[in-house]
Design a protein around this ligand. Structure first.
Ligand SMILES: Nc1ncnc2c1ncn2[C@@H]1O[C@H](COP(=O)(O)OP(=O)(O)OP(=O)(O)O)[C@@H](O)[C@H]1O
Ligand SMILES: [Mg+2]
Length: 252
């Protein structure tokens, strides 16, 4: 039996007293692209952060299973080491740490090295090459993470981390928002390459434009914290034409 997948089972999540997700069921298989859409405030980022184990999101019902293992109560770090990675919708600023040193430390951790190796010329070279391909200026690698970065530069720096660390499961929370047209193409190419190398991608987006370049295996619509529709690419086209109002009666 192939258990290489991420499964979300009957998940209900609260922040404080507010229920942000209700009865979510989702299976993400190896080598597949799952697209999650939904209006602002419908729970997309909450789902991404819950899967990553953010402590503010309390799971009151259900489980998260990764490769057959229940990870519902595992820490974010353990989840990351097991292959989960999140490209943040709103990347945080990290004073005092450069992008280069962050990627090096995370890379080493994944290789099972506890100490930060000082000189890693090969990795350094790889980071430089990938940064160039992603359209991220070299000087940003040496600057404090996200401090003074433009919106698009922040997104590109997140995508660079994903490209170097090559997680098995990657959740991208609106990687295309704020990106110029070349940036969107780059993100689409990366998603394609991840799928072709048997990784799984969960793409949260408001725009069908990335999907001009790649077909999703499944499309899920969140509305008021619930999954109200599941389908294929045609669902993205329908949302693009009609918006979300037609889903209102399905959310009750
Ligand atoms: N820390 C928090 N405290 C209180 N409410 C929160 C918190 N985080 C999220 N929420 C609420 O949960 C709901 C879902 O938010 P979420 O960020 O998941 O939406 P989203 O679907 O990602 O929206 P967008 O498309 O705007 O990114 C919103 O009503 C939001 O205000
Ligand atoms: Mg969001």
């Amino acid at each position: 039996m192939n258990t290489t997948m991420l499964e979300v089972e009957d998940l209900t999540v609260k922040i404080g007293d507010k229920t942000v997700l209700e009865d979510i069921n989702l299976t993400v298989k190896e080598g597949e692209l799952t697209v999650i859409m939904g209006p602002n405030g419908s729970g997309k980022t909450s789902l991404a952060l819950t899967i990553m184990g953010h402590p503010a999101y309390k799971i009151v019902k259900g489980k998260i299973i990764l490769n057959g293992e229940d990870i519902t109560n595992k820490s974010t770090e353990e989840r990351a080491l097991k292959g989960l990675f999140l490209v943040f919708q709103n990347p945080v600023e990290i004073p005092g740490i450069t992008l280069y040193s962050l990627i090096t430390a995370a890379y080493n951790k994944r290789q099972g090295k506890t100490e930060l190796t000082k000189t890693m010329p090969e990795l350094q070279e790889k980071i430089k090459i990938e940064a160039k391909l992603i359209g991220l200026k070299q000087e940003l690698l040496e600057r404090e993470i996200n401090i003074g970065f433009s919106g698009g530069e922040k997104k590109r720096s997140e995508v660079l981390q994903a490209k170097i660390l090559r997680p098995k499961y990657i959740i991208m929370d609106e990687p295309d928002s704020g990106l110029d047209i070349d940036g969107v193409r780059i993100v689409a190419d990366i998603i394609k390459e991840f799928i072709e190398t048997k990784r799984s991608v969960i793409l949260i987006t408001h725009y069908p434009r990335v999907l001009q370049y790649i077909d999703p295996h499944q499309v899920i619509i969140l509305y008021k914290g619930r999954i109200v529709a599941k389908g294929g690419k045609e669902l993205v086209e329908k949302i693009d034409k009609q918006g979300y109002q037609w889903l209102e009666n399905k959310s009750n």
